[in-house]
Each structure stands twice: as C-alpha cells, then as structure tokens.
Ligand binder design. Structure first.
Ligand code: KIV
Ligand code: ZN
Length: 513
C-alpha cells in the first residue's frame, strides 16, 4: 500500500495562530511527542522570522533525530542561508522555500511580475540545494493562481532541484472538487512532476481543509501538511488527527497508509492543547471530549449491543484511555505511577514525587480522581518546575457587602518570602493587583477563561489566561479545586513565562508568513 507522508507544521503554521506563545522547552516537548507519534516531517519554524524561531529550529534539529526536520524560508538568499544555519545539525534536514504565486499576491503584496517571482523561486531553490538534498517549494496562494503559471513555476523549481512541491490553499478558498482538479492538472501538465513528491497544505477558512487535503490525496498527492488539533493561522490548518484517522478508517476507500502510531493521537492532542492554551471543542472529530460519547438512548443501546452500530472507530485506536479505574485517597504511589504510564507520561523520579504529592493533596479534597484530573495535576506540577516567582499563599475576603481584598505571599528568585495585599473590583482582580505589587512587571490581561475539568461540585477548575507585554502574548494556566487559587496560579504561570522570555531575550516574534 502506498504511503502518505505526514508533514506536521504545528510548530510553524500552528504556532502562527493568534495568541500562541510557545517557549523553547515547550516546542521541544511537542517535537518529541510528534516524533513518538511517528510524523515523517516536523516543520519546526521559520528561522528568519525571529530569534525565537531560529533557536527553536536549531534545538529541535539537534535533539529530535528520527524525523525530517524542516525550516521554512521566504524565497530570499539570506532567508535560505538562515534556514540552513538553523537546521543543519538535523539528521535529516529539509529547507522549505515559499513565494507567492497568485496575481493578487504578486500585484498587491510582493509588487513583482510573474517572471521576477519565477526567477526568485528558481534561484532560491537552487541555493537551498547547495546545502541539502531535501528541498521543498511552495507557491503561496496556489489555489487562486493562474494554473498555467503555477505549472510553469513547478516545472522551474523541480528543474532547480526541489524534491517536494507543495500546493497551498493559503486562504482556504478552494472547494474539494476544484482542489482535486488543480492537483490532477498539475499531475497531467508538469513535466517531471514524478521527480518530486506532490504535497498539499490547506487552510480551514471555509471548514474544508481536511476535505480538500483528502481529495488531493485521492487524486495523487502523497504528502499532507497538517497540524495537531488543526491549529494555525486564522481558522487553522488541516487537522492531523482527522486526516490520519480518515485514511486509516477508510483504508478500503483510499488504499493508502501513513506512518502514524494512532494510539499517540490523543496524548499529542492534549499536550498541544495544554501548551498552546487552545482548548479542543467537545464536538471536535477524533479528539473532542464527546467524540466517542453516546447520549441518546437508542445509540447507547446499540453501542452496548455491538459498538460497530454507532462507532466507526475504536477509541483505543486513537489512544483514548479506556479506563474505568478511578483513583482515590487510598490509592498508593504504585497505582498512581501505573495510571500515569497508561496515560502516556514518563516522569522523572523528582517530577513523579511532586505529582504524587499533588495527587494526595487533591485526593483530600476530591473523592474520585479521574484521568482528566491526573492530566491536569501533572500539567500543573510541571508548570511550576521552572518558576522564577512561586505562589506560596493566597487568601481573599469578598462578598456582596465587602470590598474584595487579597493577600498573597510569593517566593522570589532568591528564595525570599514576599508578601503584599490589595483591593480590587472582585477577588481575582484583587489577587492580580497584589501579585503585581510584588512582581512589578507591566502587562495587560487580554483573556480569562475558567472551566471545570470534570463534572461535580468538587471538580478541578482550570483557568486559562493570556497577558500581553510589549506586543507579545503569554499564556498562563492554573488548576485547583478553588478557582481563586487556579486564577492566581494561572497569572503566576503567565508572569513567569513573561519574565523568562525577557531574561532569555528569545521570545521576540517577527512576522510569520
Ligand atoms: O499557507 C501557506 O501558504 C503557507 C506556506 C508557507 C506553505 O503556510
Ligand atoms: Zn499555511
């Protein structure tokens, strides 16, 4: 069976989603998980766009050895040189060059003629080939370009040495039939198209990214560019898990395979959601909380009799823990460790001890500890590992006839205990003001959401916030059974990330594509 190459661009196009702010360690953690998942190519960033992206590509190239590591570059000689500088230590490096191909982009953005753009494309691909044998080229906005010109560019870049040619539906404009026809036209009209892998890269502005990608694959494309949970610029990219599971579940139709270990999908989805701060909607295909839940009596009856009646996939295929095991305060360290490993976590002894301590504290407040509680707990413990300021104590007084007042105590960078108090419009505002009095770093709160992890009055409340400082967004999360405490933890998490970025100077983001 022929294989479809899964090119994951979560760390590049996914990271371009508004409000994302992954730091270096988080990018590496995602890259490692993508490696476990079995993706063929990881697009790790756009090195010329920012120092942070450059460093991320370099780090992933050094550390993640099995997959191809790809660096994106605009079609400029300096950009290609910079991409190579970042990716050269990879075991399997790739440079991905892109340039606009539609008249709309050429006239209004690039202000270049078709001939000039074609020349730049050819020259920069040739430059990339002086560094590496694996070079990809993307004619941006291909779905709105003149197909004859598109074929001309593809012919030229293949001749210049491109080994993959990628057709982006940059603005998510195409319909499946049109996109399939475009791919067929390329296969029929580009001489030597067989010398390169034909790839597609679809955006989801009309909710058609997955449908367009699958139609392209049906017609003959053999690489799909996609992201975990479909995150990405604007409405996002084609969702990796939907593409992969469609190819697996409908193998009878597509007769194609991928390299993906599908049992890692759920874990990867959770990790990306956790680190980017983008929740997965409950009805999201494959990885949403309701994707395998049956509500109506008729459906439940059918599934109980034979799951195939209403389930086209076994939840185990995507690694959804089929656990009936619920931990509680009498569960020991061994059971906790076992459950963690079933959920896909391998923690160091030190992290395990911290997580177990957190588990015991939670079990004192909450009767049954579910898998979602454990995931939240581990994430909470890991978040505090690299803190500059640590929340030691928070206390509020509030009510309908009270002026909300908060007292907080933080442990500072040198281990000193720092306490302060403030009044606010509400308890969270008071807590944030008290923290600000100690940390003293100007920022603006741009988003605040609270949700409960599981059902029940004793559920963990998870707070997600975004703050902005000097035009850069920092995400923070916090989880606790008390939502004031979660709110304080989330704020500390965002502030610590801001402080770490300012210290390291590596978070400045340029203009992504
Ligand atoms: O959407 C797009 O066109 C891109 C290219 C850089 C491939 O992301
Ligand atoms: Zn894109």
């Amino acid at each position: 069976m022929e294989k479809v190459i899964i090119f994951d661009t979560t760390l590049r196009d996914g990271e371009q989603a508004a409000g994302t702010s992954l730091n270096l360690a988080e990018k590496l953690e995602i890259a490692r998980q993508l490696d476990k998942l079995g993706v063929d190519v990881i697009e790790a960033g756009f090195p010329a766009s920012s120092i942070g992206d450059f460093e991320a590509v370099r780090l992933v190239a050094r550390e993640v050895k099995r997959p191809t590591i790809c660096a994106l570059s605009l079609a400029s000689i300096e950009g290609v040189d910079r991409a190579w500088e970042a990716v050269k230590e990879a075991e399997h490096p790739r440079i991905h060059v892109f340039l606009s191909a539609s008249d709309i982009h050429l006239a209004h953005q690039l202000k270049k003629s078709r001939d000039e753009a074609l020349k730049m494309s050819r020259e920069t691909v040739a430059r990339a080939r002086t560094y590496v044998d694996d070079v990809e080229f993307s004619p941006m906005d291909a779905s709105r370009a003149d197909p004859a010109y598109l074929c001309q560019i593809l012919e030229a870049v293949i001749e210049a040495g491109a080994t993959t040619v990628n057709i982006p539906d940059t603005v998510g404009y195409a319909t499946p039939q049109e996109f399939g026809n475009l791919i067929q036209g390329i296969l029929d009209n580009v001489p030597d198209i067989g010398k390169a892998v034909l790839s597609v890269h679809c955006h989801d502005d009309l909710g058609l990214a997955v449908a367009n990608s699958l139609e392209a694959v049906r017609v003959g494309a053999r690489q799909v560019e996609c992201t975990v949970n479909g995150i990405g610029e604007r409405a996002g990219n084609a969702s990796m898990e939907e593409i992969v599971m469609a190819l697996k579940t409908r193998r009878d139709f597509f007769e194609l395979r991928t390299n993906i270990d599908t049992t890692q999908i759920y874990r990867t989805s959770r990790l990306v959601s956790e680190l980017t701060g983008f929740p997965v909607q409950p009805n999201k295909a494959i990885v949403g909380a309701n994707a395998f839940r049956h509500q109506s009596g008729i459906h439940q009856d059918g599934v109980l009799k034979k799951s195939i009646t209403y389930e086209i996939m076994d939840p185990k295929w995507v690694g959804i823990p089929a656990s009936s095991l619920v931990l509680s305060k009498v569960s020991g360290r061994h059971a906790f460790k076992e459950r963690l490993s079933e959920l896909g976590y391998t923690l160091s002894e030190e992290d395990l001890n911290r997580a177990f301590q957190g588990f015991k504290e939670l079990a004192d407040k909450k009767k049954d500890i579910t898998d979602r509680d454990i995931e939240s707990l581990v994430a909470e413990e890991l978040r505090t590992v690299t803190e500059i300021y640590h929340l030691d104590h928070v206390e509020v007084s509030c009510g309908d006839h009270n002026i909300p007042t908060a007292t907080v105590r933080l442990i500072g960078p040198d281990g000193q205990s720092l306490a302060d108090a403030a009044l606010g419009t509400g308890p969270v505002d008071a807590v944030y003001k008290a923290i600000n009095r100690i940390v003293g770093i100007p920022n603006k709160l741009t988003e605040f959401t609270v949700k409960s992890i599981t059902e029940g009055i004793d559920a963990i409340g998870e707070v997600l916030i975004r703050i902005e400082s000097d035009g850069v967004t920092y995400t923070g999360r916090g989880a606790a059974t008390d939502i004031i405490v979660s709110s304080a933890k989330a704020y500390m998490n965002a502030l610590n990330r801001l402080l770490a970025a300012k210290k390291g100077g590596s978070s400045a983001r340029g203009t992504g594509s």
